[in-house]
Design a protein around this ligand. Structure first.
Ligand SMILES: Nc1ncnc2c1ncn2[C@@H]1O[C@H](COP(=O)(O)OP(=O)(O)OP(=O)(O)O)[C@@H](O)[C@H]1O
Ligand SMILES: [Mg+2]
Length: 264
């Protein structure tokens, strides 16, 4: 990890809804090449943070930089072309499209011609289609989704749909991948499979990962760095070991402290 130049730098971000401060002067960073996790009790502001980074929410105050670029004012769809992609806490797939087409949509989200053209092979899209399709097939193989390639996404088991969503985000070839609870609702086998995929994406493809996850076993296993939010503020930030032994973190999780130690 390069300690001197974070890929993502969040500075003093505040996000206020009518009478709720979802985030209060949050500063944190994600080092290039790392897996950095954002944890915290329910309602701590984790999804709000991802929404500010991806452009779905506009911070009331503060700045977010990716590399040299200030993201404020850049619409969400443009952030994809800056190398940012995400998955959602609740699955957000095109349920009526095949696995392959869902990934093609993810692929084309960073290109300059239309989605319809890309799906129906019209105009200049046709020439590039095979190249993109090859890359998408590579991702499908990488994530072991080959058996589902032509199946309709909405008909697949939940754990497979979560992986398709990961594939869709990956198809945009992000430099920074934001994952909001990718293991939520999964059984042990699916969780281990997803964890393996995230590690491989990071190690083999060099993608920096910013992970929101409640499964502490996964967080402690995968992360280079952990940031803890509580009531919209940064409570602690450090290595998994430091976080596990931090009294403030332990007390924030009191009542749920088994989760912090045992992962489930
Ligand atoms: N669109 C919104 N409008 C109003 N309040 C919101 C909105 N989005 C989030 N909040 C509030 O902001 C706070 C943080 O919510 P957020 O969803 O970011 O928490 P979280 O850490 O992701 O929780 P969880 O672990 O349950 O997913 C909560 O009090 C929530 O009710
Ligand atoms: Mg959330």
């Amino acid at each position: 990890m390069n300690g001197s130049s974070p890929l993502l730098a969040v500075q003093e971000v505040t996000l206020t809804f009518k009478n709720v401060a979802a985030l209060s002067r949050v500063s944190c960073s994600v080092q290039k090449g790392s897996i950095t996790s954002l944890i915290g009790p329910n309602g701590a502001g984790k999804t709000s943070m991802l929404n500010c980074i991806s452009g779905r929410y506009t911070p009331t105050k503060g700045t977010i930089r990716m590399g040299d670029r200030e993201l404020s004012g850049v619409p969400a769809h443009k952030r994809t072309s800056f190398g940012l992609a995400r998955t959602f806490q609740n699955i957000a797939l095109f349920r009526g499209l095949s696995v392959l087409d869902n990934l093609m949509v993810g692929r084309h989200s960073r290109l300059d011609y239309g989605l319809l053209a890309s799906i129906f092979y019209l105009g200049k899209a046709r020439a590039e289609e095979d190249r993109h399709r090859l890359r998408v097939e590579e991702i499908i193989d990488f994530l072991n989704l080959s058996p589902y390639r032509h199946q309709i996404a909405g008909h697949l088991p939940y754990g497979v749909q979560k992986k398709v969503e990961l594939g869709r985000a990956l198809a945009a070839e992000p430099e920074l991948l934001l994952l909001d609870e990718p293991m939520a609702g999964m059984n042990l086998e699916e969780t281990e499979d997803m964890a393996r995929s995230i590690l491989d994406i990071n190690e083999e493809w060099g993608v920096t990962v910013f992970l929101v996850e409640h499964d502490m076993g996964v967080v402690m296993d995968l992360s280079d760095h952990v940031i803890v939010l509580d009531f919209g503020r940064v409570l602690a930030s450090g290595t998994p070991e430091a976080i596990q032994n931090n009294p403030k973190v332990i007390s924030a999780y009191l009542g749920d402290d088994d989760a912090l130690y045992k992962g489930r």
